[in-house]
Ligand binder design. Structure first.
Ligand SMILES: C[S@@+](CC[C@H](N)C(=O)[O-])C[C@H]1O[C@@H](n2cnc3c(N)ncnc32)[C@H](O)[C@@H]1O
Length: 203
């Protein structure tokens, strides 16, 4: 089975909603949102259906976007295949939110900085850039205590697969440093019982 299909199945487990909820809770009804690295599209499905959000998802993987298309077929969400390092085909000041879930912690700092400088132009004046990343904190016992269910077995795979890079991301505090360098506003919050970190950048 292709990784994109496995990932799409994993997004259907209840724990994945718990992971995405801190971002979903930030988003106002009827707003405009660009989701970078949308993968197989679960968050856009939820936001379109539950909050009537006007969503666009981008990804550099054609396979992921094929899976996203299946999840989003009954929604108004749009999908755009993008190329790493190339600028995005959107107008300045277009979005209330740009969301980036489980993407930045896989990328080089220099690439992230170029992406952020573009996103700061694409968000509206009071727009928010919202970043969600696993922390790699805690342990399997804590994970089971909060999220064990026979439907949630994939959470252990996720925890193990992301732990190392997640810890590096959290300890490096890259977005704190970036925002203080460019005099932007930055907030962070540990969410999902300590297993994820929400970071919010505003101008
Ligand atoms: C772990 S998945 C996360 C998917 C989704 N955001 C979620 O949280 O469920 C990371 C996704 O980011 C995509 N990606 C990696 N680098 C990217 C880039 N520079 N621009 C857009 N997408 C990227 C990958 O193809 C993959 O689909």
């Amino acid at each position: 089975m292709k990784f994109s299909k496995l990932f799409s199945n994993l997004q259907e487990a209840p724990w994945y909603r718990t992971f995405l909820n801190p971002v979903i809770n930030q988003i106002e009804n009827n707003s405009t949102l660009l989701d970078i690295g949308t993968g197989s599209g679960k968050m856009l499905e939820i936001l379109s259906n539950e909050k009537n959000v006007n969503c666009i998802g981008t990804d550099t993987s054609e396979d992921m976007l094929k899976e996203a298309k299946l999840k989003l077929q009954n929604t108004t969400s749009k999908l755009v295949l993008t190329q790493k390092g190339k600028s995005l085909p959107f107008d300045k000041n277009s979005f209330d939110y740009i969301t980036i879930c489980s993407v930045f912690f896989h990328l080089e700092k220099s690439e992230i900085d170029i992406m952020l400088s573009e996103y700061l132009q694409l968000i509206k004046k009071n727009g928010k850039i919202i970043i969600l990343t696993p922390t790699g904190n805690n342990n399997i016992i804590q994970l089971s205590k909060h999220l064990f269910s026979f439907k949630n077995t994939t959470i252990y795979v996720w925890y193990k697969a992301t732990k190392k890079r997640a810890k590096l991301w959290k300890n490096n505090k890259h977005l704190l440093n970036y925002t203080s360098k460019y005099k932007l506003k930055y907030k962070t919050k540990i969410v999902m019982y300590g297993f994820a970190q929400l970071e919010i950048i505003t101008k």
